[in-house]
Write a protein that binds this ligand. Structure first.
Ligand code: BGC
Length: 451
């Protein structure tokens, strides 16, 4: 019988560049995603799309929050556009930007919804990029100043912060394989340094937030390789654990790159030689500066199966996949999450989980998305198994509250609970949102019934 803990927090998430629009008004400065989309027309973003308008959340947030309230959403995770706050290198704070996020928080709070703030979801101000971006260690200081400004502005409104979203994508996707802004392909030494700066940024931001508001809870949202066992035996679970955090192969893809630095103050011994060369030069003062987060956010979508020896078992031919061809593997919600808790022993929030579907408006004017309902049902059922085993999962933030700009895939991938008509910006709640409302209302007991 599925029944989630009484204080479990049910919510949904989105990020500034993906939904806000209004890229060059109200004092906002440009950021690397504005530049990336504008500069690389023709080959970087599907259909040359940009986040210039996105969902126009900047103007329509009241309507969006009203929909959240009507569907019983308890927490909304959103990110702040750094370049709306610090538009240029002068150090001047853009009051309109601060006001916007205060207004969003107030609207949420009046609607009985807890704001959960991510400080950095990939939209680095262009003035920082011009000074080397993530390759310039001064980013730690700049990020600390920004974190303090936001903590002061949002004190009394926000209790949970995530400093950064997905170190793996910041470093690897943006600077390793170059599919995300700023689109670089750097060597290992430069990449590993970026991971280190991300860990230092988290730590500095955590200190600054706590200095302003000691009661604030500070974490970060990470992703990485997620695995599940072929058979539920102790040996096979051990293999899952070992392989999940083994950085020997594909070291940038481990969930543990940054959390290990923050919590254990070291890189995992399995790192390849090139990474070790840098790791060995990290001064002890850097390790001492690492701050252990209050909670860990986990973003998870699809994963892989391993056998008892830790070998990958290939995904079955014709197996279930999402519209963007990611494998559907609900078991990672159970075993992947259990492995993360075993390693770090910290409370966990599922900060992202969801599915891209080929959603469209049907003849009856509604958006029917049974695939999303089935996906969420399966993943939440597995999440409950982790909770039953004693993993302190505190909340679940579905990705995403609305369809939005899916980075290099533009608007073609739809992850939302709310459908966006990008021609009119009309919002249409999908069937899955009504379904999720029941899950929230029943605190998960509705998951006991299979439709
Ligand atoms: C990111 C989101 C993104 C989602 C789906 C996560 O990696 O944090 O911004 O939209 O996955 O791709």
């Amino acid at each position: 019988m599925i029944f989630f803990p009484d204080d479990f927090l049910w919510g949904a998430a989105c990020a500034s560049y993906q939904c806000e629009g209004v890229w060059n008004e109200d004092g906002k400065g440009p950021n690397i995603w504005d530049d990336f989309c504008h500069e690389y027309k023709g080959h970087r973003i599907r259909h040359d799309e940009t986040g210039d308008m996105a969902c126009d959340f900047y103007h329509r947030y009241r309507e969006d929050i009203a929909l959240m309230k009507a569907h019983g959403i308890q927490a909304f995770r959103f990110s702040i556009s750094w370049a709306r706050i610090y538009p240029d290198a002068s150090g001047r704070v853009n009051g309109a930007g601060v006001q916007f996020y205060q207004d969003v928080c107030d609207e949420l709070l009046h609607s009985g919804i807890e704001p959960m703030v991510t400080l950095y979801h990939w939209d680095l101000p262009s003035w920082i990029q011009e000074r080397g971006g993530w390759q310039n260690r001064q980013i730690v200081e700049w990020f600390g100043v920004y974190a303090r400004t936001m903590a002061e502005a949002l004190k009394g409104r926000v209790r949970k912060y995530m400093t950064v979203n997905e170190p793996m994508c910041i470093a690897n996707n943006g600077h390793g394989i170059g599919v995300f802004a700023p689109g670089y392909k750097l060597d290992v030494e430069k990449l590993v340094r970026i991971f280190h700066y991300v860990a230092l940024c988290h730590s500095e931001a955590q200190r600054q937030i706590k200095a302003v508001d000691p009661s604030a809870q500070v974490g970060l949202a990470c992703n990485g390789r997620m695995l599940y066992p072929e058979k539920d035996t102790p040996e096979n679970r051990e293999a899952v654990y070992r392989r999940t955090f083994d950085l020997h192969e594909n070291w940038t893809e481990g969930y543990n790159t940054v959390p290990d630095s923050l919590i254990f103050r070291r890189w995992d011994p399995s790192i390849p030689e090139g990474v070790r060369r840098f790791a060995d030069t990290i001064p002890s003062s850097d390790w001492e500066a690492m701050e252990k987060p209050d909670f860990l956010g986990v973003n998870l979508y699809g994963g892989g199966m391993v056998d008892e020896a830790g070998n990958d078992i290939p995904f079955p031919t014709g197996g279930p996949r999402t519209a963007n061809r990611w494998p559907i593997t609900p078991e990672i919600m159970h075993y992947g999450i259990a492995a993360i808790y075993r390693r770090y022993g910290l409370p966990i929030y599922i900060t992202e989980n969801g599915i891209s579907c080929n959603d469209r408006v049907f003849l009856d004017g509604k958006v029917h998305d049974p695939e999303r309902i089935d996906f969420l049902h399966r993943y939440l059922t597995e999440l409950y198994k982790a909770i039953q085993e004693g993993v302190p999962v505190k909340g679940y933030l579905q990705w995403s509250i609305m369809d939005n700009f899916e980075w290099a895939s533009g608007y073609e991938e739809r992850f939302g609970l709310v459908y966006i008509d990008y021609q009119t910006l009309e919002r249409i709640p999908k069937d899955s949102f009504a379904w999720y409302k029941q899950v929230i209302k029943s605190n998960g007991t509705s998951l006991n019934e299979i439709p």
